[in-house]
Design a protein around this ligand. Structure first.
Ligand SMILES: Nc1ncnc2c1ncn2[C@@H]1O[C@H](COP(=O)(O)OP(=O)(O)OP(=O)(O)O)[C@@H](O)[C@H]1O
Ligand SMILES: [Mg+2]
Length: 315
């Protein structure tokens, strides 16, 4: 893998390293301590990043700071980095690479993992850098999507999730933050950290990784998930892209989870999606019933129904 790394990155110098210790936003003095060279300003909470090298990889721009690791840009690559002392994060990173490496068939809408690397302190994954940002950022900036455009996007997301499923894996983290948009406007599903084998037992320690907005009820109650759980999350994602709102607005993870369990999402769709074709609303209702056994249970069938919607929707 080291050999591969050398071919992916030329060594760069550190000229661009910021040398001052003041917040770029409010000019307050920054704390001495940092994680991944990210200094959180104690006055305004701005995250200030000082570029640095890990062996031959020059991390030049900070992209995202998650619960466990951080993502950086290095040239045209994105680097997902974890501190090896964080064993949970390391396990997820390893899982991510193992899952991807074991795929027999790789859909073009799955973000390719190009290399895994580690030194004494860090472990990381290298992927192509997708400059279009995430679906969450896109919707925040542009508001609800055009119907046709949204349907095309849903087909691409379903292709990616279905491909993992065909390979024997469940992707449990369908959410706009895990959907990247490439420069060509195509989607790339990322973050295989919580992907699990379809044959494994129900995980009692479900990590909802920062958001429960798109989670299936069975994931919250510990019932075994299958493609119907993914279709539920896709249903909530459909609601999100066509309204630019989350179905269950709550101030905490706990509260969101409770709303998922005490409401039947399907019953809310008629009102929420009133601006869309009736036949499409019916389809979304079939995805989002809180009762798993009443849901649509096949990716191909779902995609067929979306394609049908596309044929009757004018360009
Ligand atoms: N290849 C990439 N190109 C551009 N941005 C990326 C890329 N990979 C990840 N990101 C950005 O980094 C964020 C976090 O990535 P990812 O979800 O893989 O990491 P994570 O540590 O599991 O984060 P979280 O716990 O927040 O889900 C994404 O939401 C996206 O904003
Ligand atoms: Mg993520």
């Amino acid at each position: 893998m080291r050999r591969l790394l050398k071919s992916l990155f030329g060594k760069k110098n550190n000229e661009e390293i910021i040398t001052d210790d003041f917040c770029s936003y409010c000019n307050s003095t920054l704390p001495q301590k940092s994680k991944f060279n990210i200094f959180k300003c104690s006055s305004c909470n701005t995250l200030n990043f000082k570029p640095f090298n890990i062996d031959e990889i020059y991390l030049e721009e900070f992209i995202s700071y998650g619960g466990s690791g951080a993502v950086f840009r290095s040239g045209d690559k994105a680097i997902k980095l974890v501190d090896k002392k964080d064993l949970t994060a390391l396990k997820e990173l390893n899982n991510e690479y193992e899952v991807y490496s074991s795929l027999k068939e790789i859909d073009k809408h799955l973000l390719p993992l190009e290399a895994f690397f580690e030194n004494a302190t860090y472990a990381g994954l290298i992927t192509p850098y997708e400059k279009g940002g995430t679906l969450a950022q896109f919707i925040e900036k542009n508001g609800p999507m055009d119907f046709r455009e949204g349907l095309e996007l849903i087909l691409q997301i379903t292709d990616a999730v279905q491909c993992l499923y065909k390979n024997g894996f469940l992707y449990p983290d369908i959410k706009p933050q895990n959907i990247l948009i490439s420069s060509k406007g195509q989607i790339q599903l990322c973050d295989y950290g919580h992907v699990s084998s379809l044959s494994s037992d129900v995980d009692d320690n479900v990590d909802v990784s920062g958001t429960a907005d798109f989670i299936s009820p069975e994931r919250l109650t510990g019932v075994k998930e299958d493609c119907r759980s993914s279709l539920y999350s896709i249903g909530l994602l459909i609601h999100y892209i066509f309204t630019a709102r989350k179905l269950f607005n709550a101030s905490s993870l706990q509260e969101t989870a409770e709303k998922h369990l005490s409401n039947n999402a399907a019953n809310l769709m008629q009102k929420e999606l009133a601006h869309l074709p009736k036949s499409f609303i019916k389809l979304v209702e079939r995805l989002t019933d809180s009762n798993q056994s009443l849901r649509l249970g096949s990716f191909p069938e779902f995609k067929g129904m979306i394609r049908k919607q596309l044929t009757v929707t004018p360009h």
